[in-house]
Write a protein that binds this ligand. Structure first.
Ligand SMILES: Cc1cc2nc3c(=O)[nH]c(=O)nc-3n(C[C@H](O)[C@H](O)[C@H](O)COP(=O)(O)O)c2cc1C
Length: 470
C-alpha cells in the first residue's frame, strides 16, 4: 500500500524564449522529454500567462501607444502618489494601454486597480513588463484564457492520450495582504473551485460554506517553482493532486459576482449608503471627545463642493472656546426670547425653546458656525443681479455644508444643521468679532451619537420630478 500523501511540483527546464506563433504544446512535450518525463492521467500543467501571451502575440510596444488626455490626467494623479511610496512612475503610454484593456478603473492610487474585461480585479489590467525582453515591451492578458488553456490541453491530449488539466497562471497582488501570489486566469480540465459544501469534516460536521479555490492554490504552488525573476521556468507539472477531471470547467466560476462582492458591492452602493444613512442627529451626544483634526479633515472635504464661479464663499468657524460659545448662545437666546415674546408666545413655551437651544448648542461636543463671505460675491450695478448673486452664494455654501455633513457621516460622526444663526446674524458677528463681509448662515452640532435617529419620510420620486405640462 502506498501510504505517502503529497503532490509533486516539477518545474520544466529547457523551455526556450517564446515568440509569436510558437507551438506551446509541442514545446511542453519536448521539455517533458528533456526532463525525462512523460504525461500521466491527472497531471496538471500550469503555464505562466506571459508565455501564452507571447505565443499568441498579446504583446505591445509602449512606444506604439498614443496616450489620451485621460491617460495624462491619471498620470498627474498617480505619479506623486507613486513617488511618495518610492515606486516607479507609470508612464502615460502604459496608463493608456491599461485604460484600453480594463473594463473599469476601480482605484486610482499609486497603482491602478482595475477590473479586466474577463472580470479579474488586479493591478494595471494584468499588463506585465516582467519576463519579456525589451524595455518598452509588455504582455497583455490573453483575451480568452480558458480557450487558450483548452487548446493546449486538447493538443497535449491528442499527442499523449492522457486526461490532463491545464491552468494558465499569473501573479496578482492582494488587497489585504502583502505579497503577490499565483492565481489562475484560465483553466481546462479542472474546475477552478472545489465545492466542499455538504461534505463532512473530521468530526462529522457537515460543511456549510467551504469552497476551495483549488486552481489558485495550484497556481500558487507552481509559482514557488516558476519564480518571478530569472529562474526561467514558465511551465510546471503538478503530479499527484487528486481532482475530478472536468472538461466543462471555466475560470468564470471563480469570479465573484459583483452583486455579492462584499467589498465592492453593487454599483455605487457605498456612496448611496452614505447619502441615505446620514441623519440630522437631534439627541444628546456621547461625551467622547471629537478630535479637532477629524473635524478639519471633514472641512477639507467640504472645500471640494461646487460653487458659483468657483467663488468658494464658505467660511467654517470651529467654536472650541467654551466661554465664547456660551456667550454667543446666551446673546442669541436673549434675541430669541424677545422675538418669541413679540410673537405672543407663553413664558413656558419660551423657556422650553431657550432650554432646547442651550442644550443643543452648548452641550454639543463640537459646534461649527458656517458663514458666507460676501467678499467673494461678484458685484453688479443693479439690485436684481446683486440679489441673484447672493442667492448663488447661499446655494454654494449649502453644497459645501452637504459635503461637510457627508464627510462627518463617513467618519461615523453625527451632526445636525441648525438655522438659528440666520436669525441672529449681527449678534453673532459682533460677539465673535467676525470680519464685516461674513454672514452667519448655519450652526452644525457634531459629536458621536448615542442613539439612532428615526428616518424621516421622503417624498415619492414622482413627487419631486416635475413633468412640464406643455
Ligand atoms: C437649511 C437647513 C436648516 C435646518 N435647520 C434646522 C433647525 O434649525 N433645527 C433642527 O432641528 N433641524 C434643522 N435642520 C435639519 C432638518 O430638520 C432635517 O434635515 C430634516 O428633517 C430631514 O432629516 P434628515 O436630515 O435626518 O434626513 C435643517 C436642515 C437644513 C438643510
Amino acid at each position: 500500500m502506498n501510504d505517502k500523501y503529497g503532490i509533486e511540483i516539477i518545474g520544466l527546464k529547457g523551455i526556450p524564449l517564446i515568440k509569436t506563433g510558437d507551438n506551446i504544446p509541442e514545446i511542453i512535450l519536448n521539455s517533458l522529454k528533456y526532463n525525462g518525463l512523460s504525461l500521466k492521467d491527472k497531471d496538471i500543467i500550469v503555464i505562466a500567462q506571459s508565455l501564452v501571451s507571447k505565443s499568441i502575440g498579446q504583446v505591445r510596444n509602449l512606444d506604439d501607444i498614443t496616450p489620451s488626455e485621460k491617460a495624462h490626467e491619471i498620470f498627474n494623479i498617480i505619479a506623486p502618489k507613486a513617488e511618495q511610496q518610492g515606486l516607479p512612475k507609470k508612464d502615460p503610454h502604459l496608463i493608456q494601454l491599461i485604460l484600453d484593456e480594463a473594463k473599469e478603473i476601480i482605484k486610482t492610487e499609486h497603482v491602478l486597480i482595475t477590473e479586466t474585461k474577463h472580470g479579474f480585479v488586479c493591478a494595471d489590467a494584468g499588463i506585465d513588463k516582467s519576463n519579456i525582453e525589451g524595455n518598452r515591451i509588455v504582455t497583455l492578458l490573453p483575451k480568452d484564457p480558458d480557450y487558450q488553456a483548452e487548446k493546449i490541453r486538447k493538443s497535449l491530449k491528442k499527442k499523449s492520450h492522457k486526461e490532463i488539466a491545464v491552468i494558465i497562471s499569473d501573479s496578482f497582488g492582494r488587497s489585504f495582504r502583502v505579497g503577490a501570489v499565483g492565481v489562475s486566469i484560465g483553466v481546462s480540465g479542472i474546475n477552478p473551485i472545489l465545492d466542499m459544501r455538504g461534505k463532512t469534516d473530521l468530526f462529522g460536521y457537515k460543511l456549510q460554506s467551504t469552497i476551495i479555490g483549488q486552481a489558485d492554490s495550484l497556481s500558487s504552488a507552481a509559482q514557488l517553482v516558476m519564480g518571478e525573476s530569472d529562474e526561467g521556468i514558465p511551465v510546471v507539472l503538478i503530479r499527484g493532486y487528486n481532482f475530478e477531471y472536468d472538461e466543462k470547467s471555466s475560470i468564470n466560476s471563480i469570479i465573484r459576482n459583483k452583486s455579492i462582492d462584499l467589498f465592492r458591492g453593487p454599483e455605487g452602493s457605498k456612496l448611496t449608503k452614505v447619502l441615505k444613512s446620514r441623519r440630522s442627529y437631534k439627541f444628546a451626544f456621547d461625551d467622547k471627545i471629537v478630535n479637532r483634526k477629524v473635524v478639519e479633515d471633514c472641512i477639507e472635504v467640504a472645500r471640494w463642493a461646487p460653487s458659483a464661479h468657483n467663488g468658494q464663499f464658505w467660511r467654517y468657524i470651529i467654536l472650541d472656546n467654551q466661554q465664547l460659545r456660551e456667550r454667543v448662545i446666551d446673546k442669541m437666546n436673549q434675541k430669541l426670547r424677545n422675538d418669541l415674546k413679540n410673537d405672543g408666545k407663553t413664558e413656558e413655551y419660551i423657556k422650553n425653546k431657550i432650554k432646547k437651544a442651550k442644550l443643543n448648542f452648548i452641550k454639543a461636543p463640537v459646534l461649527i458656525l458656517l458663514c458666507l463671505d460676501k467678499i467673494e460675491l461678484e458685484d453688479y450695478p443693479d439690485d436684481e443681479r446683486r440679489e441673484n448673486e447672493y442667492i448663488l452664494g447661499i446655494q454654494s455654501i449649502s453644497s459645501s455644508a452637504t459635503y461637510f455633513l457627508l464627510a462627518l457621516e463617513v467618519k461615523n460622526l453625527a451632526s445636525c444643521w441648525y438655522c438659528a444663526p440666520i436669525f441672529t446674524k449681527e449678534i453673532i458677528k459682533e460677539t465673535l468679532n467676525l470680519p464685516k463681509s461674513y454672514v452667519p448662515m448655519a450652526f452644525f452640532t457634531v459629536g458621536y451619537p448615542l442613539k439612532t435617529m428615526p428616518v424621516p419620510s421622503r417624498k415619492k420620486l414622482q413627487d419631486v420630478i416635475y413633468e412640464p405640462k406643455v
